[in-house]
Design a protein around this ligand. Sequence first.
Ligand code: HGY
Ligand code: MN
Ligand code: MN
Length: 425
Amino acid sequence: MNTQTVNTLLAAIADVGQDAKRGGYSRPVYSNAEITLREWFIAEASRRGLEVCTDANGIIWAWWDMPGSAKDEASRRGALVTGSHLDSVPGGGAFDGPLGVASALAAYDLLAEREAAGTLVRHRALALTVFPEEEGSRFGVACLGSRLLTGAIDPAKALNLRDAQGNTFAEVARANGLDPARMGRDEVELGRIGDFIELHVEQGKGLNSEEYTDHAGRGPAIAVGDTILGHGRWRLSFSGQGNHAGTTLMTDRSDPMIAASQSIVAVRQIAAAQDNARATVGRVEPVPGGTNVIASRVDLWLDVRHPDDAVTAMLVEKIHGQAQKFAAFEGCTVNLTEESLSATVHFDAALTRSLSGSVRRLVPDAPLLPTGAGHDAGVLAAAVPSGMLYVRNPSGISHSPEEYVEDDDAAAGVLALADALEDLL
Ligand code: HGY
Ligand code: MN
Ligand code: MN
């Protein structure tokens, strides 16, 4: 069995969307880079004889129908579905998203071999999927595609989201052949998903922590998803008096950059004082952003996560309170806008048991791992049985060019995914 296919597939897209300035990859949804990756997936799936279609929400489905199937609604209801995303964060790694998509294609190859050899007799169809805008890097809301499919976001709100250039999601979707009027929760499509499995590069120090590795650093290369930390995104917008950097005395300023900076430090202090909390400001946008200009406005984006959604809300309140104090002291104002919110996800227990049983035939000590990273599987979990597999990332670093997966671990991920899918097919 050629388990190196996944590495060959990833190598084929290694030069798509490279970001010379940031390092790594910048593949925003419906950018040239991400569209190139969509076309790559569609070509790879079509080459395998899968029936490819893109739905009203921009999700790509590649169908491996049952032998002799009518390929209609009835034959596709309750199918087994696996996939991930191809869009990235700015300056992201090569694996976050594409590893799950490439592994789905490579796992299909193994399953097709097993069916041809007669060792696999399927009872339902399999679909490989690619979800758009998982990172929310262009339109600000993570897992936009799966949220639209499940109805977790109001289509009207989604269609009015704007990217940094002011393009609405509706305009960009239309420019990519979608009809905004048809977007939103789709019962027929949800009915096609009997179970959903997402394989993903591990993000964080789980499999490579002392808990799972021996003194020689050896340990399981695969884990099964347990929970996904609740998380949300807010925008804090500080407004002050824009002015000239040279002619405005220091005593004469209402500088939103000062209030914003003090608030960013407070974010770290407030989260560090709360067990298991994570709060991050990774994006700050001064307006107008001139070197010799006192900003009139500074927007910053807050990412707060905690297992208990009430604690997340309390942390945001505390941060907002501090921001208001700093703003008032500086003669500025601040307002807080919630951009997205996801409760803590518990994956389907029966499906997770099935995944663990399958994976542990290959990797006996494969653990159940909670994660702090959001995924489409987490959004789908509210509507269909959903589960995840993680592949070891030696450094645990992600959302960075340093994200990495060893070739052998990627190959092990494909075998684990193929076995898990076979047991569910
Ligand atoms: O932000 C997240 O957790 C995910 O990578 N979109
Ligand atoms: Mn991801
Ligand atoms: Mn990500």
